[in-house]
Design a protein around this ligand. Structure first.
Ligand SMILES: *Cc1c(COP(=O)(O)O)cnc(C)c1O
Length: 378
């Protein structure tokens, strides 16, 4: 059997090749490579899909987060609360804008920010909370929005990993991930759930004043060409990527269902396998399984090595929580400050997860893994 990789974009492309090739060819024929019809149409279709008032496409997910914080008018020294158990981009944009990242530990079951610990991190300088919907399930947004309202804070959702997930409020109302906070940010990096064929990102909001400002910031702070009302950046989704994303958005719900089905199969195959725990899902959210992440309470690194030797890829997201990263040392955090994040960094192991998995591949992965446990090789 060939090696098993984390993602399989090749097979996915083969299935949509005629549609995607035609859409790209159309852009090539038009020679309209920046802006133009496909970018506007994609933004409109994505806002319809999400049920958000406005979507502003941009260059990538990191830019989306940075532009969101710029649009909120935060001042150097303002504090932004987020989780240390995320991709570095979340904290990076905070630091780049000379804001202060303030970390709050996570829930050990969902890996998302622990909303019960947010209030004790709020100071007179706190202006914003950035929950990250890690691995594909939504953080406790109802509680987070309530805290934000009480303390007059903005909420920017880092929705790079959970596009398409549904959040249910206690009154039964459902909303898509990324549309609940003041601003939602997402990434179309190729391996994300809605991935393009290069870099891409988007910002969404229901606040039309904010969206006008965001649109300006993406375009050098300009609404009328060569007149600059704000200091902005250059961050655009290019036309070829928009054309690809228009096609892939039509398949997103089917792709999500494929990931959820694959997760279900893993759950069955790996149930009750000490020292392994399969993912848990909070009651208020669906899970779109950007990652299928196990907790391995002992021997995680040995297990990963053994899987690798057997030709099965796996990944550790994330091996070092952000408060312990070298670049973030100046914030004065130390080992022991966020014990749950630190423990999870030592236990998590993500298995191959993508839209093209099938039961046979998963049986091979699970039986290899269970073999190592049985042999006490880990
Ligand atoms: C991928 C990702 C980003 C950054 O997106 P890019 O498009 O790579 O810039 C930000 N936050 C999280 C949680 C991500 O997974």
């Amino acid at each position: 059997m060939a090696n098993i990789s984390m993602v399989d974009l090749q097979t996915q492309y083969e299935h949509i090749k005629p549609e995607v090739d035609a859409a790209i060819q159309e852009v090539l024929n038009s020679c309209y490579f920046v802006g133009g019809g496909p970018v506007k149409e994609f933004a409109c279709e994505l806002s319809g899909y999400l049920g958000a008032k406005d979507v502003i496409p941009c260059g990538n997910g990191t830019d989306a987060l940075q532009i969101a914080l710029m649009a909120l008018g935060l001042k150097p020294g303002d504090e932004v609360i987020t989780t240390p158990f995320t991709f570095v981009a979340t904290a990076e944009v905070i630091a780049l804008l000379q804001l202060k990242p303030v970390f709050v530990d996570i829930h050990p079951d969902t890996f998302n920010i622990d909303e019960t610990k947010i209030e004790e991190a709020i100071t007179s300088k706190t202006r914003c909370i950035i929950p990250v919907h890690l691995f594909g399930q939504v953080a406790n947004m109802e509680a987070i929005m309530n805290i934000a309202k009480q303390h007059n804070l903005f909420v920017v959702e880092d929705n790079a990993q959970a596009i398409g997930a549904d959040y249910t409020f206690s009154d039964g109302r459902r909303q898509k991930a990324g549309t609940i906070g003041h601003i939602g940010c997402t990434s179309f990096f190729p391996s994300k759930n809605l991935g393009c064929y290069g870099d891409g990102g988007a910002i969404c909001t229901n606040d039309l004043e904010l969206s006008e400002k965001i649109r300006m910031i993406c375009n050098h702070g300009s609404k009328v060409k060569y007149y600059h009302d704000e200091i902005g950046v250059n961050s655009r989704l290019d036309t070829i990527q928009a054309a690809v994303l228009r096609i892939k958005l039509r398949h997103l719900d089917k792709y999500t269902a494929a990931r959820q089905e694959a997760a279900q199969i893993y759950n069955e195959l790996l149930a009750g396998e000490e020292p392994i725990t399969t993912p848990s899902i909070a009651t208020f959210t669906t899970h779109v399984f950007h990652q299928y992440t196990l907790k391995v309470t002992s021997g995680r690194d040995r297990l990963q090595k053994k899987l690798g030797e057997a030709g099965i890829a796996s990944a550790i997201y994330y091996p070092v929580p952000l408060h312990l990263q070298k670049a973030y040392q100046h914030n004065g955090y130390q080992k022991g400050d966020f014990p749950v994040s630190e423990m999870m960094a030592e236990q998590v192991l993500s298995l191959p997860m993508h839209t093209e998995l099938n039961r046979n591949i998963q049986i091979k992965i699970a039986s290899t893994l269970k073999g190592f446990i049985k042999e006490r090789a880990i």
